[in-house]
Structures are given as C-alpha cells and as structure tokens.
Design a protein around this ligand. Sequence first.
Ligand SMILES: O=C(O)CCC(=O)C(=O)O
Length: 333
Amino acid sequence: MTTTKPLTPQQIQFFNEEGYLIAPDVFDPADLEPLRRELAAAIEEKVCALKADGKLAHPHAELDFNHRLAAIYRDSKDNGEAVLRHLEGRNSGGFRAPEMFDVIAHPKLLAKVESLLGTGEIVASSVYRLRPKLPNIGRGVVPWHQDSGYFAPSCDEHLIITCWVPLVDATVENGCMEILPRTHRGRVVVHHRGGNAGFLVIKDEDLPDDPGRAIPAACPRGGAVFMTNRTPHCSTPNHSDHVRWSIDLRYQSAAAPSNVAAWPAAINADGRADTAFYEQGNIACFPPEADFLVHSRANPDAVTNYAEFVRRRETYDRIKTGFAPIRDWPTLV
Ligand SMILES: O=C(O)CCC(=O)C(=O)O
C-alpha cells in the first residue's frame, strides 16, 4: 500500500549524494491503470481509423496493452508510426488527457517531489513526455545527456527534478535508463546536436565519469526514478517482446525561473505572439512549452486544474516562432 508520505531522510540523502533515487513504491499499480487504459483507448481509436482507411488488416485486438503496439509496428512500420504520432501529440511528447494530468498532479508523487525540492510551492516544468519504447526500434534509444542540455543556461543552478515513471516493469532487457551516479554537482558538459533520433548527445569523452560506472535504473511499475537536471543518463534498446511504456515528468520550485506568469496578449497569423510575451517567456527553463503550478501550500486555490492545463498547453502549441535559441550546442561531425 503506497501513501502520500514524503521520502525518508535516508532516501533524500541518497538523492542528494548520488544524483538519483529509485523509489520502488510511489504508486499502487492501480493508480496508473486509468492512464494505461486511456493510452490503450487512444491506440484503439487510431487502429480503427487506419482500418477504416484500408491501411491495417490485423488490429491485434487480442493482445494486451504491453504487446499490442509492438505487434502493429512489426506488421507495418507506417501504421506503427501513425499510432505513435497519434499518441505523442503535436509538437511534443505531451500526451494530453485527464488521466495523464492526474498522474502529473498525483498527491503520492508530489509528496515525494516536495521532500526533494524542500518546498511545497511546486511548478510542473513544461517538459513532460510519454515514451513508448518499442522492441528493437532505434528511435527510442536516448543517448547520454543531462536534462539541462535542453534547458536555458540560466536554469543550470536550479534543481529541476525528473520523475521517470514506468507504466510496465522497466528492466535492462526492455531498455530501462542508465545513470552515472555522483556526477550531478558538476557543470553542464558539452552536448552535441544530431544524436540518435535527433536527441542531444554527450560524447563518451565529455562525460563527467567513465560510462562503465553507469548503473542500470531498473524500476518496477508503481515505482519512480528521480534525477536532477545535471545527472547524466541515457537509455538502452528494448530487447524484449513488449513495449517499454514510461512517462517522464519534471518539477521545480515555484521560485525557479518559469513561464507560469507569461501569457501572450495575442497570436498573429504567423504564429507569433507579442514581443512582451517573448521577453517574459524566455525566463522559463524551456520556453516553448507551458509550465504550470501543480502544488501550493501557501495558495492551494491557485493550483492549475485540468481545463487550465489544456488551455495553457494549447496556447503554447500555437506559438511557433520567436523564442531565442535555448543553447548553442555544436553539431556532431
Ligand atoms: O525514457 C527513456 O528511455 C529516456 C528518458 C530520458 O532520457 C529523460 O527522461 O530525460
């Protein structure tokens, strides 16, 4: 039975020293069931559309959530990619559904985040992703990086906690993450553009430690892996027969830079907002997507509800240009 209790002092100390923590019992598996069901329904929706268009002959309806998308992809890469695009959402991995929001704002998770951030005023960082890692498909393999490689340098010294939440047991076989422990107090090292599947990558020689010292971050369903934004991590191929479903969520103190207060007065036909917006918006760690207040002890009424979350995310989706480059990393040669 899991609870809304904070992490123990030992867990907090481990996180601070190692730069990560694997907590096996954040959620009851039943807490994640609504999201798994919603994802299964979204797959079904796209499968029906592909079938109606005459593109898909075998819907694999007999298979469970863990296996179905893998079989669809095996039959046809085009159909598999179409389902992935349907799930991952436009512009980003930001799959939007009340069931997703309920996990992001789950009191059991936020209690743990609060104990790591040391504050009850918590902003859910704009960057959250759904990652269906398919068996033996290269695109889910994420090269070495620090999450700060994706964020504005002005946020390097702030703590942004990644909570990596598997929706199936994450194992070495199905491609869990690898983490380089005790390296999170150093600077943000050089990243290169053009890593696998367009991800940023830290070359082995630029890592703050020997990659041979990485630990596999296996984590059961119901658990979560917590990391700092400067903890180097990567993820490995899925050699199993099923999809390694996971979501990664990020949280920061409301005192850290965010775009919670930044709102465009108007958006023109080119998808640009007013200049004042970009000036405000660029204080966020990841300006192109909307941050939102997810927990407040001081002012609980100010916490973002689902309707407001959707409104914020959709408004930011409509803004296509005008953000300053986040970081000027070199390209791999
Ligand atoms: O889910 C994965 O395989 C990688 C996740 C990751 O790199 C991240 O959350 O920053």
